[in-house]
Design a protein around this ligand. Sequence first.
Ligand code: AP5
Ligand code: MG
Ligand code: ZN
Length: 216
Amino acid sequence: MKIVLLGPPGAGKGTQAKSISNRYSIPHISTGDIFRKNISENTPLGIEARKYMDNGQLVPDEVTINMVKDRLQQEDCKNGYLLDGFPRTVHQAEALQAFLESRDEQLDTALLIEVPMNFILERMTGRRVCPSCGASYHIKFNPTKNDGKCDVCGSDIIQRKDDTEETVKERLDVYERQTQPLIDFYKERNMLSVVDGTKAINEVFESICKILGSGR
Ligand code: AP5
Ligand code: MG
Ligand code: ZN
């Protein structure tokens, strides 16, 4: 199964991706997570990406597209994958389509987690993440079981540097201008499915499973 997750920052893409990846045994590929890993390891890619991420801007398309194409050609993607945070511009979406067509493949669906803007700020500013395994928590909606420690791997959870109110507003603006057009891009190709992301985390997951079915 090949899936693209769409939705504004804070919609719950990362949260749902973990569960989808487990249920359907496909790798969860988050471009944001890959960039953050490179930043923490101080690689050339990380140094480049940081210039944009800290201000809520998108990393340039060429950098991002090449990185994703490399990732999709790895062995674990043979039976499908779940893309979280990519594509994020029409140019990226076209590049993904071209990549798939060159391999005679196609996406199963682009799944939009729909959440109105007035929900987003509270979700983002209350988010805490695990720097080791990428798990995402929320101080109110999804707290860790052990105070401040990741449920999955036990690491100390942290707040993302771009989850301040000011940067969140910039990211939302970037989303509206550059990423929202992808909803029509996939709608026009009859590939869009939509779930209501304002429901509780487990209810959103149930709706997603209904759409994805038993998987292939
Ligand atoms: P990225 O890491 O992709 O960030 P994002 O799109 O801004 O999305 P988030 O991770 O903030 O939100 P999410 O939808 O994953 O929500 P989550 O599940 O954590 O990108 C970061 C940066 O990297 C970009 O700004 C850009 O610079 C760069 N980048 C990445 N990809 C790129 C690309 N393709 N091209 C160019 N640049 C790129 O949930 C949010 C919070 O809400 C959590 O606290 C969670 O616990 C809580 N929550 C989740 N679901 C629910 C629910 N149903 N009810 C209540 N609370 C919930
Ligand atoms: Mg995320
Ligand atoms: Zn962890």
